[in-house]
Design a protein around this ligand. Sequence first.
Ligand code: NI
Length: 253
Amino acid sequence: MYIDTHAHLNFDPFIRDPQPYIDRALQAGVTRMIVPAADLASSEKAVALAERYEGVFAAVGVHPQDAAAVPDNYLSLLASMLDHPKVCAVGEVGLDYYRRYAPRDVQMRVFREQAELARSLGYPLIIHNREADDDTFSLLEDLAYFNVQFHCFGGDAAYARNVIERGALVSFTGVITFSQKAREVARTLPPEKLMIETDCPWMAPVPYRGKPNEPAYVVEVAAAFAEIFGRSVEDIAALTTATAERFFRLSQT
Ligand code: NI
């Protein structure tokens, strides 16, 4: 059994008719999927999907892309969504200096406020970090809150070790099926600190490059880990599932 810890079923093309994608995921052994949000509307969609599908769990939050557009009451709206029993995390939140979605100070404020919300209510945090290693790290260090998953990890081994030492977990997408650099980084890390995700509809793994990604393909990420760590894919499935169950506080199957 696998858990896809980052599947945007609340986005196109999935949201129009999620059923076939969920069916294919189940057939592939991907029994649970975490659906992270990017803004308030996609947070609500994630919650609705979690209500409708047994294996779907939601995260709610505002991505740096939408940091400049948050209404004044967004934190209380997120807090009330977090009350839902199938909402398991705050995310995805963070900093993106590659795309410069919003001014850095706005991104920092919205990231900090949501990290504080997660900390105060005791929820794990899903982090989007692109070209913002130092600010991401210092903000978390400042809050002393490392109950976090670095999603779609793209940093170097030293950074990964640094955040793992403080209690963070690191998640890889299908990039690990074709990027030598990502494989070299993963190889240096303790496998029990890692999670798998698709980040679908983006980041399709080999052999699906150039096609839309979907939750069923998270199996390819597990297969890449199996190769990197010299373990069976069943071992990796069990290990990454247990890690995700602990982090997202899902019941054990
Ligand atoms: Ni994402």
